[in-house]
Ligand binder design. Structure first.
Ligand SMILES: Nc1ncnc2c1ncn2[C@@H]1O[C@H](COP(=O)(O)OP(=O)(O)O)[C@@H](O)[C@H]1O
Ligand SMILES: [Mg+2]
Length: 308
């Protein structure tokens, strides 16, 4: 793994919709990051955490490394490890029956992503960090506290890396996922500045849905209003976020180019997308969600008629 692997960052200013809500959050987060404090963007799925982390990293202006939390992350691939094995075969050109094998174990230290980022003063985005095992995340404690990354004991020359002064950390996490599970992570969370990201306000949601789908703002607005009303009316657990608005807007934009699609088909799209986002444990909730969608579509239809 080397530093070029992380560059260039494929995320630019044009990918980020900025509204007063997001601008306020950006200004605060950037101040803390520049002052040297790790920031944790926390909130439910679809509140723009990953996008905000990418944007902040872009604004910091240093090379960026992106790490996704998971059970699979080990201290070896995070910090580094020893790898290497060599096997050679020698065939004698004159006496063909003579073959010799030479095997040797030559270890070479291969630095992990965290090591590279710390050494080179990169901005590390650690997305959904609570999905990694707590003991792995403990490696970050000494980085945050003492600005030192400890290496495994058998590293002969030096058993730590001094963290580059430009190294910065941006975390994201979803509190619903780790509530009460990973207590060991609390020590780390206590050392970050936690910024809560909530559901987008209407204006931001419309701007994002419009940008991602290419629909004009007024058309995106009617989709966003439908999705937001569904979320509000749905009393039970749901995952309906700006993602649903983006999906419906993108599919709608795509179908608009073909005249054979009609309003009834639009209703089916809305139903399919929204029903995919709800978690229902009983058929009563399922039926209620369908009913809400049906009513929303009917009132949308009558509104359209009035406008004509
Ligand atoms: N500020 C923004 N500008 C443009 N698109 C955004 C913005 N915030 C979120 N999105 C879009 O909304 C969706 C959800 O955002 P994401 O960052 O993945 O949320 P989270 O990480 O909280 O689940 C994505 O499709 C993303 O591209
Ligand atoms: Mg995310």
């Amino acid at each position: 793994m080397n530093i070029e692997q992380f560059l260039p960052m494929e995320f630019g200013e044009q990918d980020f919709v900025n509204t007063p809500y997001l601008n306020d959050l950006t200004m605060r987060a950037l101040t803390y990051i520049k002052a040297g404090f790790p920031v944790n963007l926390s909130g439910p799925a679809g509140t723009g955490k990953t996008t905000m982390a990418l944007y902040l990293a872009l604004k910091v202006g240093r090379p960026v490394a992106l790490l996704h939390g998971s059970d699979w992350i080990s201290s070896t691939n995070l910090v580094g490890g020893n790898f290497g094995y060599k096997k050679k075969m020698r065939i004698d050109n004159y006496i063909h029956s003579v073959q010799e094998f030479e095997e040797s174990l030559q270890y070479q230290w291969v630095e992990g992503m965290l090591g590279i980022a710390c050494r080179n003063g990169m901005t590390l985005i650690y997305d959904e960090f609570t999905r990694s095992r707590p003991e792995i995340n403990n490696l970050l404690l000494s980085i945050v506290e003492e600005k030192i990354l400890s290496l495994p004991g058998w590293q002969k020359e030096k058993n730590y890396i001094k963290v580059h002064p430009d190294f910065r950390l941006v975390f994201t996490s979803n509190p619903e996922e780790y509530a009460g599970v990973h207590r060991a992570q609390v020590a780390l969370i206590d050392r970050m500045i936690n910024l809560e990201m909530d559901r987008f306000d209407r204006e931001t949601e419309i701007a994002i849905a419009s940008q991602k789908s290419g629909l004009p703002e007024d058309e995106a607005a009617s989709i966003v209003d439908l999705v937001r009303s569904f979320r509000e009316q749905c009393g039970f657990n749901n995952n309906v976020s700006v993602r649903s608005s983006i999906r419906i807007a993108q599919i709608f934009r795509f179908t608009r180019e073909d005249a054979s699609y009609d309003e009834e088909f639009f209703g089916k799209i809305v139903n399919d997308v929204l029903m995919s986002e709800i978690r229902y444990s009983e058929s009563k909730s399922y039926l209620k969600a369908r009913e809400i969608i049906k009513n929303l579509l009917v009132s949308r239809g009558s509104k359209d008629e009035q406008e004509i």
